[in-house]
Ligand binder design. Sequence first.
Ligand code: ARG
Length: 557
Amino acid sequence: MDIKKILRNDVFEAFNQEILMEQISIEKPKNSEMGDLAVPCFVYSKILRKSPNLIADELANKLNKDNYEKVESVSGYVNVFFKKEIITNFVLEEIIDKQEKYGENETGKSKTIVIDYSSPNIAKPFGIGHLRSTSIGNAIKNISLKNGYKVVSVNHLGDWGTQFGKMIYAYTKWGNEQLVKENPITELSKLYVKFHEESEKDPTLEDEARAVFKRLEDKNEYEMSLWTWFREVSLIEFQKTYDLLGINEFDSYDGEAFYNDKMDVIVDELKNKKLLVTDQGAEVVYLDDMPPALIKRSDGASLYITRDLATAFYRKKTYSFDESLYVVGNEQTLHFNQLKAVIKKMGYDFADNMHHINFGLMLQNGKKMSTRQGKSVKLHDVLLEAIDMAKTYIRDDVTNIDELSKQVGIGAVIFADLKNYRTNDIEFSLEEVLKFEGETGPYVQYTNARIMSVLREKDLEKINLEDTKISDYIWNIIMKLYEYPEIVEKAKQSYDPSLIAKYAIDLAQNFNSFYGNEKIISEQKNQTNLNLLICKSVSIVLKESLRLLGVKAPEKM
Ligand code: ARG
């Protein structure tokens, strides 16, 4: 039975008609060390004309002791610790009944979150930073959905800005259509690098590129057609990476270019509100405690922040969000602080609901990841390498080795990305993240696959604890499972997928201690059934935790 109901009945009886059933509220303590459930006694103070502390003391004494291991009165609360049998019964029934829905809650009911993540830049390689944005954003999306929120996921492509002037100029002068068709991003980035080399020698190129960008902003046909082409071929390349990652579902791919015609109204409003100041020919907004925000360059071109201003207002208007998240690296902290500060200065409080979900770098031997030639690493290559390496770790008698090594290799990379608190820089090594032992994705996947093989062809019956023993190994698992809904909620509140990743590791470890020390199939029928129900429940919660993180859970490994 539901433990809240048990406690509510016991409290009702203890109060002996003085309090109505509807007046009894039950809470879950913030921290499970304070008890499984708690009864706050403040509301009864008026009715009973006694202090909450006294009421709690009396209630703790009168509560029917059969159901509890321990009952404590602590500053106006009665905290109860249920008997192991009761919690075990409750937790397992709850998980078997709800299956993968276990841990869902309704905190986000009728609330909308916009999450801006991934957001790679057109004609540039999809980098490791974009991997972090993609996996963190995707996990926060899944976690928010599990907390009952409506989520709008936006891939805010970097598809506008003065760099396109340079790219188009470079392509027109040195480009080769065939090469770009074969290898779009590599070729276009080469052209971009060449532009910079050449403009070092001949600074007038900068002016040329600016003029090209101006023509693009004015929707000139030649420039527009190249821009459209660059964007299309880039998206096709990105799609390959998304397919590998298994992260695909964006509600919108409206990037910076989409806001081209939506900036003027904002700039006008800034002007009308007398916030725009001309500084050395450029238009800026002065801010407290931070450098001014540059809104228009002296040549009239818009900037990243100008487009982000238009974006913020558009999202507020279109989705009337309760929260708007930007999953972007630590290095853009000033940008997002300025963005929010400008909106605040304009007099809009929705800026308080915009949050920069920042994250650190992925490092290799303490340095930014780079290839042997010193170039920055392409994510796609890292993923392919991870899959290849995973192949060598997997038993070769499995039938679906390609799919399996993909699930393990990619899972390992995503898990490693998410298991650390996001703002930290993380040290990344494929050898480490792919290990089947230790705090890795494959370790969690492997634990689940092991459970699946235990469960294969076994029938589960309804729980019956008669003549069973709840060992410490079992109890640790039950307490972990009981904690899961709380972790799901905390992970949303702190925008922190690492809580789920760490939880999955703990649960897998608890399970493996049980598995290594006790026999699952025992002579006692009820004990065997209990053990199997535990296996089943752990597997449900492990799989679901991995799903929230965007990691697959293979049935066999
Ligand atoms: N394209 C940008 C980058 O790669 C990230 C965009 C993030 N979103 C935003 N609304 N600014 O740095």
